[in-house]
Design a protein around this ligand. Sequence first.
Ligand SMILES: C[S@@+](CC[C@H](N)C(=O)[O-])C[C@H]1O[C@@H](n2cnc3c(N)ncnc32)[C@H](O)[C@@H]1O
Length: 259
Amino acid sequence: MPKILIRKAKKEYVKELDKEVTISKPRYYFVEDPAKDYHTSEGIVTKKDLKKKDGSLVKTNTGKEFFVFSASFTDRYRKIKRLPQIIPLKDIGHIIAETGVGKQSRAVDAGTGSGALACFLGHLVKEVTSYEIRKEHADIARENVKNLGLKNVKIKNKDIYRDIDEREIDILVLDLPEPWNAIRSAEKALKVGGFLVSYSPTIPQVMDFANTISSNPKFIVLKTIEVIERNWDVYGRKVRPNSSGIGHSGFLTFVRKIS
Ligand SMILES: C[S@@+](CC[C@H](N)C(=O)[O-])C[C@H]1O[C@@H](n2cnc3c(N)ncnc32)[C@H](O)[C@@H]1O
């Protein structure tokens, strides 16, 4: 089981400035293989120390201190091999909360890409089938699934615009260049009451998807949203939005099969 080494930032009061300044930055290391000594930029943590129980304070050979604990699913998920674009956590969180998928749910997603969404769903639901048209992407996704130890995620190297083999599924998530071309497949695969979620980075894609599906009597469009995550700095009375910009990821359109 991978481990995390973590340390808080250290601050010190500087009299001349009459304020606290950061003297050492927070650090976070992901230790893939705790059976070996781990080399950080601030010295080595021994494998013996990496075996210590969660919450132990360990020191590198240069005296730098870290807390050690077991990596969570999200720590491990963050280390997956990535192709250029994956759905960010803020959007995954929203998909899960809006649709209420859980231990009994059967999910399909497409395209797989690096399998980020498929893996996260696999961590939560009963089974996931993911469709990917490009073999090299499907291979990377399979590697990610294996590295995360997920046994319930199947990657199919197939074109979802043509068909979906599964039936009576609870949720279908589309992250595709032309999601409207998958509506016919979705109609057959989803159970009544199931959710179809389309994630698209641009508004023309949202328009074409929403306009096409609105004219289909089997579906009802619930809403289209953009989830904006804004980070804040909170330190003492210095509380303000972080100066780094708010990046755009994509729009989520939630649809339900009604008959
Ligand atoms: C933006 S990526 C998906 C990222 C993925 N949701 C993730 O979280 O890692 C889009 C993927 O869709 C695949 N794709 C495009 N058309 C497809 C189709 N008709 N059927 C299946 N996959 C397709 C592309 O090859 C690409 O890998």
